[in-house]
Design a protein around this ligand. Structure first.
Ligand code: SF4
Length: 362
């Protein structure tokens, strides 16, 4: 069961309130390099990113926001540290959300001014706490508690100004710290949560750490929008986030391959064949379809039957199944080309179930 939160709108994306868990990422290109940022955002959108955040470290970056906003369709979030005036200008220039960090914007009058402008424009604010940049004057007994205290301090300030379009994040590198912080905060407020494991590292370590951390949080019903934080191309963050949500049956997008690890019973080079199939499928429009590719008759037919389409190799031939029904037996060498042809036929058929579900809830 997902925790039901207040609903907050970021541009045309609704967060919390039972809406699909939205996927976010953050650009790498300098924000003032409008051409590169827009190109990066378009790649992120193609990969399935639903909200994009840009860092705003200087005046040139602030002024670039309008040009970026005019060329993209994803909701744009301005990430502001240290200088609250940048947040004011970003709001004027039409961003869809402001992220402020209680540890780096300490000027209360500045925060009040940000709230006033956000309210006028009807945009939300993310109170984005990071374990690495907590306010220095916090009194606390544990790191998760300190993160929650930092968030609550800022949340209370916003609430006193009658502002509740709030999203909260409490990110740390350590998974237990992160989980505990989110759990504690969730006991006090029902604002939507943006979840992530911060500075999770390069691939594949960062993806694994993120999957474990987000998996724990999501399985507790916590999390309304996610960001996988990787030292890699931003598109990888989006791909990993989708895999995490798909593996928990929380969202559905693109193909899922069920394939065995192969062993001495398999008479074909399965690892190579599955990789080639994956590369071929990646060129097609993302479509929610489950494909099984199994190495032998031990588990093969059973798994292939569970998939939308699948094949199970035998000694010299393979059986192709659609929705559990064997439709064809072909030689091993013809198996993958035949499977791919059948998949393309299925995808182009108007009545393929789940076609409309792409990107939606399962
Ligand atoms: S399905 Fe067959 S080939 Fe694949 S791992 Fe299992 S026993 Fe081995």
């Amino acid at each position: 069961m997902r925790r039901l939160t207040k609903e907050v709108r970021i541009g045309n994306v609704k967060i919390g309130g039972g809406n699909p868990i939205a996927i976010q990422s953050m650009t790498r290109a300098p924000t003032k390099d409008v051409k590169s940022v827009v190109e990066e955002i378009k790649r992120l959108e193609l990969a399935g990113c639903e909200i994009v955040r840009v860092a705003v470290p200087d005046e040139e970056s602030v002024e670039a926001l309008k040009l970026i906003k005019n060329q993209i369709s994803l909701p744009l979030v301005a990430d502001i540290h240290f200088n609250w005036h940048f947040a004011i200008r970003a709001i004027e220039l039409g961003v869809d959300k402001i992220r402020i960090n209680p540890g780096t914007i300490k000027n209360k009058e500045g925060v009040k001014e940000i709230v006033k402008r956000a309210k006028e424009k009807g945009i939300p604010i993310r109170v984005g706490v990071n374990a690495g940049s907590l306010p220095k004057d916090l009194a606390y007994t544990s790191l998760p508690q300190a993160m929650v205290e930092a968030a609550l301090r800022e949340i209370q300030l916003l609430e006193e100004l009658d502002f509740t379009d709030i999203i909260v994040s409490l990110k740390a590198f350590d998974i237990q710290t992160t989980v505990e912080a989110y759990e504690r905060l969730a006991e006090t407020r029902n604002y939507p949560l943006h979840i992530g494991i911060t500075e999770a590292g390069p691939m594949p370590e960062g993806a694994i750490r993120s999957a474990v951390g987000l998996g724990i949080l999501l399985s507790k019903g916590l999390g309304d929008t996610v960001r996988v934080s990787l030292t890699a191309d931003a598109v990888k963050e989006v791909e990993v986030a989708w895999e995490i949500l798909q593996s928990l049956n929380l969202r559905k997008r693109g193909f899922v391959i069920v394939s065995c690890p192969m062993c001495a019973r398999c008479s074909v080079p399965l690892i190579k064949l599955v990789q080639e199939t994956k590369e071929h499928l990646a060129k097609l429009t993302p479509f929610p379809i489950k494909i099984a590719i199994m190495g032998c008759e031990v588990n093969g037919p059973g798994e292939a039957k569970e998939a939308d389409i699948g094949l199970a190799f035998g000694k010299t031939s393979a059986v192709i199944f659609i929705k559990g029904n064997p439709i064809k037996t072909v030689s091993s060498s013809e198996a993958i080309p035949t499977l791919l042809k059948k998949i393309e036929q299925l995808l182009s058929s108007e009545d393929f179930p789940g076609k409309e579900a792409n990107g939606g809830l399962v």
